[in-house]
Every structure is written in C-alpha cells, then in structure tokens.
Design a binder for this molecule. Structure first.
Ligand code: HEM
Length: 366
C-alpha cells in the first residue's frame, strides 16, 4: 500500500512541469498574503497595496509627513496603510488624535515596535517598552527626574548656566559663519546629562562629541529606505551590508558609553546619597530580588540611553529649526533679542537647504 502511494507521488512529481510548480507556489503565496491582510468591515479605508510589500513604494520616506497629505485628502483623517509586514492605522488632526489618546487609551497603550527597534532595545527601557516594564520604568523615571530638579528652579538655573556657555561658544566664532549643530546638541544634552550622569560635557570633549554624532546619525539612518527594508525583510536584510548595519553598530557604541558611565558610578557609589539618575537606579536594583521587577542592568542602560536620546535630539532639532526660521524671517528675528549676522544667514541657508528649500523658494531668496 505504502509502496503504491509512494510510486503514485513519484509519478505525479515526474509529470509536473517546473513551470506548473512555480505557478502553484506563486498562487499559494498570493492567496496566503490576501488572507493574511483581510480586514474587518469597519476597518479604516486605505490605498490598495502590492502583494507582500503593501504601500511601501507609494510613500516618500524622505518626507513622510508630506507624502501622506494626498491620502488624507482622499481618505480623511483616519486611514490604513500596509508597510510590508507592518499594518498601520494613521490618525491625523488634533481633535481625532486627542479623542484616540484620551478615550481609547487602553487600546493603544502599548508601543508598536519595528523589527529594528526591537533588536536595539530588546523591549527594555522607557521608549520601546510596554506593559509592566514600561509602567515601572516610567513611574521611576518621572519620580527621579523630579527629585533631581525637573520642573523646578534648580534645573532652570542649570539651563541658564548652560545657555551662557553656548553663547560664549558662539561668541568665540567672532561673527564668522560656523556650524552650530553640535554646539546646540551639546548644550541641550548637557541638561539631561546633568540629571542622568551627574555631569556636563565640555563642547570640545571629543568622546562626547562622537556620542552626539552617533546619536544624530542613527536618527537619520533609521528613517532611510534601507532601514525600512530591514524592518520588512529582516531575515534577508540582516545578511546584506548597508547603512542599516551602521544603526546597530552605533547603538552598541552608545550602550557601551552608558555602561562605562555606570561602571564609573559604581566605583564611588553611596546608596544614601544618590547623585543622579544612575545612582538612584542602582539603589532601586538593590530593593527587589532579581527577576521580580524590571530594575536590572539592561533596563538601567536602556532607560538612561532613552533619556539621553529623548532629551537631546528633540529639543536641539527644535532649536535648530527656530534658528533657521529666524534666519529666513529677519523681521521676526528683529523682534527678539537674538540677532543672526548676515554672513551666518547664508551659512544657515546652505546648511538646511534641503529641509528649508521650499521656504527659501517661497521667500524668493534662493
Ligand atoms: C521639543 C522637545 C520634545 C519633543 C517634541 C518630544 C516629543 C515626544 C514624543 C512625541 C513622544 C512620544 C509620546 C508617546 O508616544 O506617548 C515623547 C516621548 C518621550 N520623551 Fe519627549 N519630547 C521632547 C523633549 C523631551 C525631553 C527634554 C526629554 C527628557 C527628559 C524627553 C523624554 C521623553 C521620554 C522618556 C519619552 C518616552 C515616554 C514614554 O513612552 O512613557 N522628551 N517625546
């Protein structure tokens, strides 16, 4: 009986043409993709996508905020997109965003992670964690940041002191064109560093400047097309060289930097006198038996790095945009105390030409 079945399979196999096999395999994959992507009736509308890759080639990842505008016009303030394996619902417009975050908080509380973010964070820390880890880390971070001055006069004074260092660094340029990018990053970062590491870093500290550069680079590289391809096809892309590999290398270097800072703290750590976030976290780690909470070495590194990252990139990018706007709108600049010399304006135009191109053209000063 078995032998008969075996010979029947062998006969069918021999009769099958490779082209037939290929057509069958493709049909199977297309059907599997179709059934996998079937959505409930009340699912938000969205553009048709290609099999397997979805809408990925319909978006300009260089300017995603502009690329979605035609879709908003067509489908309204809530619509769906398929980016390879990632199913996403886009919500735009303040009232709708407010409604989603205030009334449906329970449904959208967890943090969706890209494959890249998951590999980098292993779901640890503040930004990329969810559930119990996120609750513990967030509560602890908020409490500790407050204890070390967040929202208080003491931190405001620290900021004013740092601002005076930045003004001094700008003055040292003697009105000549210069790139303010990393001085601003350094100044902004020093505020969060004084809370997390208990120290500020000089603008000429080459090691710290390198950390800022790595941070800046990962921010940019994580949004490139090749990184999006890694998120969609990680099983292939992890073997392929490219700038997405540099993202992982950079994060490892950043983690190593934080680990070294933690080791330095351990050398003269006094649990009764916590000096900063790291000291307070080390104390928290001693309170609970291992593995019962998220207060472990991995979360210490990731939460510290998250604060460093979130407290540096966001505010310094905002400040750089503010400078660009002031350079482009001198009448607004004139209303404020800060003035940007004419020659520096040309530098800013060149520096941010890509981002500011449209504004420059609108103002007719290109
Ligand atoms: C212009 C300045 C800033 C902007 C525009 C900004 C924006 C954001 C946004 C949009 C989120 C995501 C919120 C969410 O998904 O729930 C976030 C989260 C976060 N930000 Fe900021 N941020 C800024 C400054 C800072 C600073 C200075 C710090 C440092 C203390 C910081 C620390 C964090 C942390 C730790 C999170 C994760 C919170 C969580 O998931 O619980 N941010 N920020």
């Amino acid at each position: 009986m078995l032998a008969a079945a075996g010979s029947l399979v062998a006969t069918i196999w021999a009769a099958l043409h490779p082209r037939t096999l290929l057509v069958a395999a493709v049909t199977f994959l297309l059907l599997a993709d179709y059934f996998k992507n079937r959505r409930p009736k009340n699912y938000p509308p969205g553009p048709w996508g290609l099999p397997f890759v979805g809408n990925i080639f319909q978006l300009d990842f260089g300017q995603p905020h502009l690329a979605i505008q035609p879709l908003v016009k067509k489908y309204g303030n809530i619509f769906s997109l398929n980016l390879g394996d990632i199913t996403s619902v886009i919500i735009t417009g303040l009232p709708l965003i407010k409604e989603a975050f205030t009334h449906m908080e329970q449904n959208i509380m967890n943090r969706p992670l890209s494959v890249m973010q998951e590999r980098i964070s292993n779901k640890n820390g503040l930004i990329f964690s969810s559930g119990q880890t996120w609750k513990e880390q967030r509560r602890f971070a908020l409490m500790t940041l407050r204890n070390f001055g967040l929202g208080k006069k003491s931190l405001e004074e620290r900021m004013q002191e740092e601002a005076s260092y930045l003004v001094e660094a700008i003055r040292e340029e003697e009105g000549k064109p210069f790139n303010p990018h990393f001085s601003i990053n350094n100044a902004v970062s020093n505020i969060i560093c004084s809370v997390t590491f208990g120290e500020r870093f000089d603008y000429h500290d080459s090691r710290f400047q390198e950390m800022l550069r790595l941070l800046d680079e990962v921010m940019y590289l994580e949004t490139t097309m090749i990184s999006q391809l890694y998120n969609i096809f990680p099983w292939i892309m992890k073997y392929i060289p490219g700038s997405h590999q540099r993202v992982f290398r950079n994060w490892e270097k950043l983690k190593l930097f934080v680990s070294c800072m933690i080791d330095d703290h351990r050398k003269d750590w006094n649990p009764d006198e916590p000096r900063d976030f790291i000291d307070a976290f080390l104390k928290e780690m001693t309170k609970y038996p291992e593995k019962t909470t998220s207060f472990n070495e991995e979360n210490l590194v990731c939460s510290t790095l998250d604060l460093f990252f979130a407290g540096t990139e966001t505010t310094s990018t905002t400040l750089r945009w503010a400078l660009l706007y002031m350079a482009l709108y001198p009448e607004v600049q004139g209303k404020h105390i800060v003035t940007i010399p004419d020659r520096a304006k040309f530098f800013f135009w060149n520096l941010w030409l890509r981002e500011g191109q449209k504004m420059v053209q609108r103002k007719g000063v290109a």
